[in-house]
Each structure stands twice: as C-alpha cells, then as structure tokens.
Design a protein around this ligand. Structure first.
Ligand code: PMP
Length: 367
C-alpha cells in the first residue's frame, strides 16, 4: 500500500477472481465460462471496417445493442441498461441506490462480490442465512429494512427460486429495491423479466459472459422500470461514459442474433451437467440441485475439499475452491465440454480411489 491511498480503504478486501495460472495448460472449470466459442456470427461481425472504426469512440448509449435486446426480449429501450459486464452494473447499483441509511441484504452464501461492494462504499451488508439445504427462504426477505439482491440461480450453489417466490419478495418490499442477478438464468431457471412491467422496484441484471460465450467481451445488461434505468445512466455518466468497446458491442449484437447456436450450446451444457451430476453422485459426492452451468459439490468424507482441489490442480484441472470461507468444505465445478468433463470424472475417480486406499491403510494402522 502506498502512503497516498485514502484511509477509507484501509480495511478494503478486494474480490478474488478465479485463478488463471500460466505455468501449463489447464482444463478450466473454475470461472463458469462457456466451453464453446462465441457464435460464428461474432467473428464475421468483427470486420476490417469495425476495426478501422476503433479510432472513434463507441456510442456512449449503446443504442444498437439496446435495440437488439429490445427486439429480442420484447422490452422497451427505456427499460434497458448496458454495462461493462454485469459486475460493473452491480457496482453501479450498489453505488446509486444504497447509502448510509439503506444498505443491501443478501444471502450469507451467495456471489462473494456483494459484500465487497458494501465494503467499498461503506454500505451496511445484511447477510441472511440460507436454510440448512442451502436454499433461500423468501419469507426471510419480507419487509426488509435494506435493499435486496438475490442471485437466481444462486451462486455458488446453483439453486434457483421460482418466480412466485421472487414476486412475493418484491411485493413485500414495495419501498425497497429488489435486484435479481440472473447471470445463470439461461441454464434452466425461469427469468422474472415479466415482472418488470408490474413492479417499479425490480432490477434484473444479466450477462453475455456465460450463456453467450462472451466473458472476454465484458457485456452486461439490466432490465427495469424507466426511472431506475435513468438513475443508473445518471451515475454511469458521472463516472465513465464509454464503458463498452465498439468491438464488444458488435460481438454482443451478433451473439444475440444467433439463437440456434445459443440454444444448441445451452442444451449441451445442461445435458453435460446432468450427466456429471449422476457420475459424481455415484462417487458419493454430496451435491446441490443446480440450474446453472456449474455444480456445487462436497467430496466424500475421506477427502477434504481443499485436498481434492489441490490434487485436481496437480493433474491439470482447475475448479473453484473458496478458501477461508463458510463454504470451505465444498468446491464449485463449472460444466466444461463433454470431453473435458470425461477427463474430470476420470481424474476424480483416481483421486477418490487413492484417498480411499490411504484412508483404509491409516485405519488398519490405527487398529
Ligand atoms: N453475477 C454472478 C452471480 C456471477 O457469478 C458473476 C460472474 N462472476 C457475475 C455476476 C459477473 O459476470 P460478468 O461481470 O462477467 O457479467
């Protein structure tokens, strides 16, 4: 730390993104990226002309992408906000709608960026415990004294709430903002998009990073009441007007046009998730029912999550392990390609067998 950093950041603990080691080639199942390349239409759209136009600033209002999203989802342009990945939109939401009086409430097991934003802006973080099966109880969020954010499906559990439950939370918090983070909604959960017409206190945050294979392009979007979108624009334009690169906007529009490709990739990921779930179950992992592109898993008793994570890493496979957290006996496994998941299961079997043998040996020695 330099001697110039503001003292208000003394206790700031930044979010830790998934590791990206460069010592060798890994099978990357640790950051919920898509195993598929972006649609071939994306490559076509990034033409020489688009590259030449990089001398110009992008449209600060991202009108072209708003038009495409408007057509695609049947939502008016005035109800759409575009950001540099959904992380940026979340950061703007915490900044725009929370203050010393109104903090943010969220599950105690959820996306670990939420408490970081609270810490950054000095906002109260109200952490609401999940049930013993890791599900969220909607009633725990009724009549909340803070704004609310719910990842649906939740991360890293993969468990989704149904729309009626989300609606009950919105209805019972008329004077609070309810943010639904739908980063993973395309993998099987129901979106609460139809509710934005009914409620002026709902914001839905989405991303092109997962189901549209564009994590590297950094494009997120939000749907909500026109006045909420205006507020977000006001804060955005007080911070950085050109948040999305020209090429990223072009890529997002092209990806949105290729519905067949989107449906095909998503279908394969869902099928692979179900297959992986069954395989891990057979190996005695404890698993949560996931509607996302990852599985949250607890290895069998004779091997710790940290040891399993380390052994996989030695074998060239990265999964996400949340060290020093309330979920340090679990790992989160992103669904990769079918071939990657075959290798993952094969290596997992080896690790489990070795740990089991080790366990038996120690048991015999201790007798
Ligand atoms: N929300 C959740 C729940 C996430 O897991 C992620 C990915 N880390 C994001 C938002 C942010 O995604 P992006 O910024 O790539 O759109």
């Amino acid at each position: 730390m330099s001697r110039f950093i503001s003292s208000k950041f003394d206790s700031l603990k930044p979010y830790e993104p998934g590791e990206q080691p460069t010592d060798k080639k890994y099978i990357k199942l640790n950051t919920n990226e898509s195993p598929f390349s972006p649609s071939p239409l994306v490559q076509k759209a990034i033409s020489d002309e688009e590259i030449r136009s990089l001398r110009l600033y992008p449209d600060p209002n991202a009108n072209c992408l708003k038009n495409s999203l408007s057509k695609h989802y049947g939502v008016k342009k005035e109800n759409i906000f575009i950001g540099n990945g959904s992380d940026e939109i979340l950061a703007l939401i915490f900044l725009a709608f929370c203050d010393e009086k109104t903090g943010m409430a969220f599950a105690n097991i959820t996306y670990s960026f939420y408490p970081v934003y609270c810490n950054l802006y000095n906002i109260k973080a109200e952490q609401i415990p999940v049930n013993s099966n890791f599900s969220i109880n909607p009633r725990d969020y009724f009549n909340c004294s803070n704004n609310i954010i719910i990842a649906n499906p939740n991360a890293p559990t993969g468990i989704a709430l149904n729309i009626d439950d989300i609606e009950s939370i919105i209805k019972n918090n008329k004077d609070r903002l309810v943010v639904v983070d739908e980063a993973y909604v395309d993998f099987g959960a129901k979106s609460c998009l139809p509710l934005i017409k009914k409620y002026d206190n709902l914001l839905i945050v989405r991303t092109f990073s997962k189901s549209r294979s564009l994590a590297g392009a950094r494009i997120g979007y939000a749907f909500g009441n026109e006045s909420l979108i205006c507020d977000l624009e006001k804060v955005k334009f007080s911070f950085n007007s050109y948040t999305n690169s020209r090429l990223s906007l072009v890529a997002a529009i092209a990806a949105l046009e290729d519905e067949d490709y989107f449906l095909k990739c998503r279908g394969v990921i869902i099928k692979t998730r179900e297959k992986t779930y069954k395989q891990l179950k057979k190996l005695n992992f404890i698993l949560l029912p996931s509607l996302a592109n990852f599985i949250f898993a607890k290895p069998p008793v004779f091997i710790s999550a940290s040891s399993y994570y380390n052994k996989l890493k030695q074998m060239g496979i990265l999964v996400r392990y949340f060290k020093n957290s309330n979920i340090d006996s679990w790992v989160r496994i992103t669904i990769g390609s079918s071939e990657e998941m075959d290798t993952f299961i094969e290596k997992t079997k080896l690790i489990i067998l070795e740990a089991q043998n080790e366990n038996c040996k120690n048991g015999t020695q201790n007798k």
